[in-house]
Design a protein around this ligand. Structure first.
Ligand code: C2E
Ligand code: MG
Ligand code: MG
Length: 704
């Protein structure tokens, strides 16, 4: 604020002593003063436009009446004050003073200088006050003009609420914003407040009271107000109360800005952040948030139970790679819609990424409930869909977890649902599995094993054992199966079934497999040449489906044979049925290439998996290994004999040899001989043994 100028006094008197007294009494140093001795002099000063706040004027001047100059002064500046100085106190003097609008009058000679000074002081204060008011008013007018301009420019609606009468003025623009005509506005606060959205009303009223009570220095809130057409507009309301000297609000004046567009844009942005762009389902962020809410609710109301189900499309990658990404997207969308179709009101379906979906099953009381929903879901989504005229099959694997009080965070539920889903996938797709605590230990040990396995690969902690394969006719050893073991420093020898499945999952099977291949190739070459000299011996190495699908396999095998001077006929690769059935086209090509190297191929564990003989003549298989399960019960019940007999007969027709696995008893051996099975392998002959033990065995038994 500009500094207030010092007050200016004018003293008009023909007696110099009066000037002297007044100067002394009125602290001339704190204010400015000018003096005149005659009417003419005073006129000259006032006429020159000098600002005068208070004039002390002698009524009787040598050249006329002091009243004249008093008049002129008041006319020019209504806020200026005059104190008349008269020779004696009289009623007439008082009346005269009032007539010119003087503030007061003084009589000469001055009796009480202090009283005089006080009088002057009060008069000056009054002038000052009126001048301040005037200035504020001017400022107010200016700012109001400015505000009105701004409001018009910003298209704001204005309102002004008289808190005493309850009357509210709403500007035409305010009405227009809500599509209301003049007649539809009664001019009360309810015109506005009754139209506020139910979800916002409480907040608006709270903000209103907080400001009126003086707890907030202004009112500002964005809320929805119902337009005449029934839609809601987002309005930004800003208002300030006008208060009396006690601080009580008297008026509340404010503006309304339509911010609907901005709010919609914000909502869209928020929607985008929380939803998947392909299926429009909630994304992981939103899903985790909902899970958090469900957990909090369950904590408050322990009866409230819910379940989480994770779903994974089984053959999504095939569709995506085989039929193209746009087809993949269509499949996801169609799946999302079918998923939604299966849900009840409180459930939430979300796409967590890729082909992974999740469902929050609200108010599921028991595991049976969750299973029932899961069953309905898996059945529903397992029917084929037509996309661009093509029939596409999808099955899903699902994992379900019931939210119990042991869960504290959403991530824990997702983790366990994931473990259950993983189980579902590994036990044959198209199913769902309910999470059990035991799985968690398994999952934990899985992780632990995976970490240790990685180290094992680096440190080459593997050893290869060899189990003789025997000709059932001659009883002689014709070859060996290479069987890997993990020499774990902290635990000793770990059998392959405890780490091969994990290595297959994590891809570590490839380096492990390559290690075994190299060791086996080197070893069998050693037996063929050094000392033992059994030229005809071969080694058969197990190759996992994962390795079979690995592009480098054929090259690795070719290089190993060359590097170690091993005849291709001395290496056989054992492949399981499932590895072949699961990925036909690419695997068939690999098998053909391996055959091209002259390496023989064995089908391992025959009869356990898909038990389909139909592909046998399509594939370049040289030998079948009949699974131990058939051999074990041979002779006890008739059935296994029939199966083995059928396999042997069929193999003979196709020109394929047969090896019986797991021969443990002489009885089994004689049965197999009777069935004219070619070769055998089992504890009856020898257990898998370290290379040195085999070397020893071959040396000692040259006839074997
Ligand atoms: P497989 O290829 O069917 O190997 C035969 C399994 O039967 C071996 O178990 C062997 O020790 C066992 N066996 C042999 N004769 C008998 C018998 O008379 N009675 C009984 N009860 N068992 C017998 P092992 O060594 O524990 O290997 C298990 C499986 O691990 C193998 O089954 C094979 O699928 C896999 N495997 C082993 N080494 C490798 C490898 O280097 N690479 C891959 N991919 N898999 C391997
Ligand atoms: Mg095998
Ligand atoms: Mg086998």
């Amino acid at each position: 604020m500009a500094s207030v100028p010092r007050a200016h006094l004018l003293i008009v008197d023909d007696e110099p002593v009066v000037h002297a007294i007044l100067r002394e009494a009125l602290h001339a140093d704190r204010r400015t003063m000018s003096s005149a001795a005659t009417l003419a002099e005073a006129r000259a000063l006032v006429g020159a436009g000098e600002r005068v706040d208070l004039a002390l004027i002698d009524k009787n001047l040598p050249d006329g009446s002091g009243l004249e100059i008093a008049h002129e002064l008041k006319e020019r500046d209504p806020f200026a004050e005059v104190i008349l100085i008269t020779g004696y106190a009289s009623f007439d003097s008082a009346v005269e003073a009032l007539k010119v609008g003087a503030y007061d009058y003084l009589t000469k000679p001055f009796e009480d200088i202090n009283k005089l000074a006080l009088q002057v002081e009060h008069a000056l204060q009054k002038v000052q006050l009126r001048r301040d008011q005037e200035r504020l008013l001017a400022q107010l007018v200016q700012s109001e003009r400015r505000y009105a301009l701004a409001a018009r420019g910003a298209n704001d609606g204005l309102w002004d609420w008289d808190l005493h009468s309850g009357q509210v003025y709403f500007s035409p623009r305010w009405r227009e914003m809500l599509g209301l005509s003049e007649g539809e506005v009664r001019g009360v606060a309810a015109d506005w407040l009754d139209r506020v959205h139910d979800d916002d009303r409480e907040r608006v009223e709270a903000a209103l009271h907080a400001h009126l009570d003086g707890r907030l220095d202004h009112l500002q809130d964005e809320h929805r107000v119902r337009h005449r057409d029934g839609t809601f507009r987002w309005l930004l309301c800003r208002a300030v109360a006008d208060r009396d000297s006690q601080g009580r609000p008297m008026r509340l004046a404010g503006s309304m800005t339509d911010v609907t567009e901005r709010r919609l844009a914000e909502q869209q942005m928020q929607y985008d952040v929380l939803h998947d762009a392909v299926t429009f389902l909630p994304n992981r962020t939103l899903f985790v948030d909902r899970l958090g809410q469900a957990l909090a609710r369950a904590r408050r109301h322990p009866g409230c139970r819910f379940a989480v189900m994770l779903l994974d499309l089984d053959r999504f990658k095939l569709v995506n790679e085989g039929l193209g990404h746009s087809m993949g997207d269509k499949l996801l969308v169609s799946f999302a819609r079918r998923l939604e179709g299966c849900l009840r009101a409180g459930d939430t379906a979300a796409r967590l990424g890729g082909d992974e979906f999740a469902v929050l099953l609200d108010e599921v009381v028991s595991e049976q409930d969750a299973v029932a929903v899961a069953e309905r879901l898996t059945a529903e989504v397992s029917t084929p869909v037509i996309l661009d005229g093509r029939e596409v099959f999808t099955t899903v694997s699902g994992g379900i977890v019931m939210a119990t009080s042991t869960y504290e965070r959403p991530e824990e539920l997702l983790r366990d649902a994931d473990i259950a889903m993983y189980r579902a996938k590994t036990t044959g797709r198209g199913r769902y599995v309910l999470f059990e605590t035991a799985m968690q230990h398994r999952a934990a040990s899985f992780l632990e094993t995976d970490t240790a396995l990685r180290r094992a690969v680096e440190r080459r902690e593997f050893v290869v054992y060899y189990q003789p394969i025997v000709s059932l006719e001659s009883g002689r050893i014709i070859g060996f199966e290479a069987l890997v073991r993990w020499q774990r420093p902290d635990r000793g020898l770990v059998p392959p079934l405890e780490f091969i499945p994990i290595a297959e999952d994590t891809g570590l099977i490839i380096p492990i497999s390559e290690y075994v291949l190299e060791a086996a190739v080197k070893q069998v070459r050693a037996w063929q040449t050094d000392g033992v000299g059994r030229e005809q011996l071969y080694v058969s190495v197990n190759v996992s489906g994962r390795h079979l699908a690995f592009p480098g396999l054929v090259d690795t095998v070719g290089r190993l044979l060359l590097d170690h001077h091993l005849a291709p006929a001395s290496l056989r690769l054992e492949i399981t049925e499932s590895a072949i059935v699961e990925n036909t086209a690419a695997v068939e090509l690999t098998l053909a290439k391996l055959k091209g190297l002259d390496v023989q191929l064995y089908m391992d564990d025959f009869g356990t998996g898909y038990s389909s003989l139909s592909y046998l003549h399509r594939l370049p298989i040289d030998t079948l290994k009949v699974d131990r399960a058939f051999v074990t019960n041979l002779g006890k019940e008739g059935e296994n004999s029939v199966i083995v007999h059928t396999i042997v007969t069929l193999a003979r027709v196709l020109g394929i040899e047969v090896i019986a696995e797991g021969i443990e008893t002489a009885d089994q051996l004689s049965h197999l001989r009777a069935l004219r099975c070619d070769h055998g392998q089992g504890y009856l002959f020898a257990r898998p043994l370290p290379a040195e033990a085999i070397t020893e065995l071959l040396r000692r038994n040259p006839e074997w």
